[in-house]
Design a protein around this ligand. Structure first.
Ligand code: SF4
Length: 298
């Protein structure tokens, strides 16, 4: 079974969400920034951060000129802050080696810091309208259901998933918009837990035609955040972000007083990731942060 492009695109013309990174005049760099932020964070949380970010740092060179500390502060609570560091590194490479222009070739994009297979294709497709398959979790789910008649997509395989979606793409002129529409359908209608089949624009759906046979994939338990090392890392980074100058170990200790072993483990991982630096006087700072603190001896 296939997906009728005219059918899907007609729906998308009416149902497309008004997301600022889809607006006319948004540059490839600004689209790339949105893709970094959206990798592991929902749209609603990305919106305000992205909007401020692209005004403050509209180009790769403007981002590269910021310090890593400024970038980590602006990243705020988007989570997974290694992305912010990688985005800064990516900006530096594009500014230095590509004359401040985001490449349009998937293989070149994949060589840049922080850019994997999905982001490279998303940038090539959404910024440059290249007819390349763009496959995220939502797209895999829609293809599994509508085309393959299965409830869930099973284990990811980049080669197979790209081939499956490439086979669905219409002519080059409509391919990029088709990819955006497929992703939108998975995000807003054919959702993982409660697909809204009554509102679905697809005239044919293999899973629906088969009477919605149950999937074989075990339901993944909701990811816990409270009490994890991720939460402790977030608390420690909050202390550093909230202080204009380096902080003492005692100031970090109060951010997670209940478990010293876990706090030390989280701090060590932040140091390993280059998201925090230890100074010679045993204070801690964001990378590139101003160290001229008059209270350095406290
Ligand atoms: S009919 Fe239902 S299951 Fe099939 S693609 Fe549409 S929303 Fe998904």
């Amino acid at each position: 079974m296939s997906i009728d492009a005219g059918n899907l695109l007609g729906w998308f013309d009416l149902a497309e969400r008004d997301l600022p990174w889809r607006a006319d005049g948004v540059t490839p760099w600004q689209i790339l920034v949105s893709e970094f932020m959206l990798q592991q964070t929902p749209v609603a949380r990305v919106l305000p951060i992205w909007s401020d970010w692209v005004v403050r740092w509209p180009t790769p060179s403007a981002t590269a000129a910021a310090t890593p500390a400024e970038v980590l502060r602006a990243w705020g609570k988007l989570g997974y802050p290694r992305r912010a560091k990688r985005l800064h590194e990516c900006a530096t490479v594009i500014a230095r080696d590509f004359a401040d222009v985001v490449p349009d070739d998937v293989e070149v994009l994949e060589q840049l810091p922080g850019i994997g297979s999905y982001t490279a294709r998303a940038v090539a497709c959404f910024a440059y309208r290249k007819p390349v398959p763009v496959v995220d979790t939502n797209v895999r789910r829609v293809v599994a259901r509508a085309v393959q008649g299965r409830a869930d997509a099973g284990t990811p395989s980049a080669k197979r998933d790209h081939a499956d979606v490439a086979a669905l793409l219409p002519d080059a002129a409509r391919a990029a918009r088709f990819s955006a529409a497929l992703m939108e359908l998975g995000a807003t209608v054919c959702t993982a837990r409660a697909p809204r089949c009554a509102a679905c624009p697809l005239r044919s759906c293999a899973w629906r035609d088969r009477g919605f046979p149950p999937g074989s994939a075990a339901k993944r338990p909701a990811q816990r955040y409270a009490g994890t090392d991720r939460q402790v890392r977030g608390r420690l980074l909050d202390v550093l972000r909230d202080n204009a100058f380096p902080v003492t170990r005692a100031e970090l200790d109060v951010a997670w007083p209940i478990d010293e072993v876990q706090r030390e483990r989280a701090l060590a991982s932040l140091l390993d990731d280059g998201l925090v630096e230890r100074l010679a006087d045993d204070r801690f700072a964001l990378p590139g942060q101003d160290r001229n603190d008059s209270t350095a001896s406290r």
